[in-house]
Write a protein that binds this ligand. Structure first.
Ligand SMILES: C[S@@+](CC[C@H](N)C(=O)[O-])C[C@H]1O[C@@H](n2cnc3c(N)ncnc32)[C@H](O)[C@@H]1O
Length: 233
């Protein structure tokens, strides 16, 4: 498996997930760009969002993904996250039916209870994708979908940039980042029993350059990717 440290061009100090998001929480919503994830989700016509009865929002953070699901007609959403400070913001947002502090690889949620499992901008924090895809499979009902929205491995490798935020004294701090080839996603998803139903990549385009003018050198490079999986049985 590729290691992020082989591509790191920034050398930012790196902290673990709960330390990092526990500090990033106050500025998270202002710094995450919707064009990374929301714009790609907007382009997915499968799954049929408005027909989703109950979704598991894994790595729900402050509830951005949950709010998007609600806007798109998802009836009921349970959220899971490891970082208490992120969950506290999600609680004030009020788009989830339940919010649980747990690991996306071992959520404690009911088996076969969800017709949608979604994880947006979480996979780069997992050293191994297999436990995640196995847990998503356990949660999904037959016919259910799993949508994984990922920080694109090509972009992590080309930019050498980890997931990071600006700390209290103005210094950049990285959050433990792992780089997964798309074949790792495909292999882990297939091994867990999922069928790949679709895939869409978000590239650095004019919308991106409006918010990140310095990224002109990355124009046309893929920066995020959505994988849509289906549980056939
Ligand atoms: C970049 S945020 C994404 C939040 C939200 N999905 C969004 O798109 O805004 C990543 C979130 O994943 C959570 N996370 C990372 N690894 C996790 C794990 N193993 N189990 C549960 N949550 C995790 C972090 O605490 C953080 O809230």
């Amino acid at each position: 498996m590729a290691r992020f440290s082989d591509f790191d061009t920034r050398g930012y100090p790196m902290v673990d997930v709960t330390t990092g998001y526990g500090q990033w929480v106050d500025t998270y919503e202002q710094t995450v760009e919707d064009v990374m994830d929301i714009a790609v989700l907007d382009e997915l016509t499968d799954p049929h969002w408005a027909g989703v009865r109950r979704a598991a929002d894994l790595g729900c953070g402050t509830g951005r993904t949950g709010a998007w699901l609600r806007r798109n007609g998802v009836a009921s959403i349970d959220g899971v996250d490891l970082t208490p400070e992120m969950l506290a913001v999600a609680r004030t947002r009020g788009v989830h039916d339940r919010l649980i502090k747990a690991d996306v690889r071992d959520t404690g949620l009911d088996s076969g209870a969800y017709d949608l499992v979604i994880a947006s901008l979480v996979d780069e924090h997992l050293p191994d994708l297999r436990p995640f895809y196995a847990e998503a499979w356990r949660l999904a009902e037959p016919g259910g979908a799993c949508v994984v929205l990922a920080f694109h491995p090509h972009f992590i490798m080309t930019s050498g940039m980890p997931t990071h935020f600006t700390g209290g004294s103005g210094e950049p701090i990285a959050i433990a980042t792992h780089v997964h080839l798309l074949s790792e996603h495909v292999t882990a998803g297939l091994e867990a029993g999922w069928t790949l139903a679709g895939m869409r990549e978000g590239v650095v385009d004019d919308r991106w350059l409006e918010v990140k003018p310095k990224w002109d050198r990355f124009r046309h490079h893929p920066v995020s990717v959505a994988l849509v999986w289906r549980r056939r049985h």
